[in-house]
Design a protein around this ligand. Structure first.
Ligand code: NAG
Ligand code: NAG
Length: 271
């Protein structure tokens, strides 16, 4: 009987310890998980810092190879920073802290459209009203004008706060992770489409192309704008763009001497 009693105690104590263990681990599972997040963020922060240092070193030199490296490291830096932002946001919404709703799957189409419409309409209203207020200001006497200009300043302040509040909705509605994922996948899709458009499987000579001369004789911004316009058309009609840039006023050696060419293996115009 005594032996059975001892065994009973042993079993009871084991169960008790096991129970304590379960309670302990379940209480600590969230902080542990957060710790993983925090460690990762700290690691990324260190990586970003060291890349920044390297970048600064490379930028101070003016070796051509180094300049190429600067570009690469810049991209790497950006990628790490984006991941860090994503993690920070995930951590914040996991903790439910600072009033943010935890991350949700995806918004309804109506919600997302309405949010954008409100932002757009508020901005348009600001433009319109500012323009009207300025017009009135031009017709006032000096004394009235001063008072009126204060009204304009107040209105500008209030508009900025309103627009910031509308933008901040994206930080608290829980859909920001979804938005970032959508942006990234859309960007990937477009890049893939442009790549396949610009690198046709058939030999270049057998493909209908769009030839565009960047040499418009206008300013640099205007010429790049023109080239983009050609690219839109090329994409819309499904033909690779051939950018013609011999004797370009901004670099007589051509566009490809400075920038990556729009295509690797389809670069000759049919003409
Ligand atoms: C928008 O959010 C930022 C960052 O959370 C905050 O600093 C700012 O005050 C907010 N602005 C408004 C108008 O709510
Ligand atoms: C051009 O390059 C792409 C990707 O590198 C390749 O898939 C395609 O077959 C190439 N086209 C020709 C004609 O070599």
């Amino acid at each position: 009987m005594l032996l059975f009693g001892n065994k009973f105690y042993l079993i009871f104590i084991s169960l008790w310890i096991f129970g304590l263990y379960c309670i302990f681990t379940s209480f600590h599972s969230t902080p542990n998980n957060n710790k993983v997040f925090e460690d990762r963020i700290e690691y990324l922060q260190n990586e970003v810092d060291s890349l920044r240092q390297k970048l600064a070193q490379l930028q101070s030199g003016n070796n051509i190879n180094d300049q190429v490296k600067v570009g690469n490291e810049n991209v790497q830096c950006q990628t790490l920073e984006n991941e860090m932002k994503r993690l920070k946001r995930a951590l914040r919404s996991k903790n439910g802290g600072d009033g943010t709703t935890s991350s949700r799957e995806e918004p309804s189409m109506e919600y997302e459209k309405l949010r954008r419409k409100i932002e757009m309409q508020a901005r348009e209203l600001t433009y319109f009203t500012t323009d009207q207020l300025n017009k009135i200001s031009g017709k006032l006497t000096d004394d009235d004008k001063q008072k009126w200009d204060n009204v304009i300043l107040r209105f500008a302040d209030q508009s900025r706060v309103l627009l910031a509040s509308i933008r901040n909705i994206t930080e608290v509605d829980g859909y920001q992770l979804w938005r970032e994922r959508e942006h990234a996948s859309l960007s990937k899709l477009m890049q893939a489409r442009l790549n396949s458009l610009q690198s046709p499987i058939k030999p270049c000579e057998n493909v209908k192309r769009v030839t565009c001369n960047i040499n418009k004789g206008c300013g640099y911004g205007c010429e790049i704008h023109h080239a983009m316009h050609c690219f839109h058309i090329a994409y819309a009609i499904g033909r690779p763009l051939i950018l013609f840039s011999d004797g370009w006023r901004y670099n007589s050696g051509g566009f490809d001497q400075i920038f990556l060419p729009p295509s690797q293996n389809c670069t000759t115009s049919s003409a």
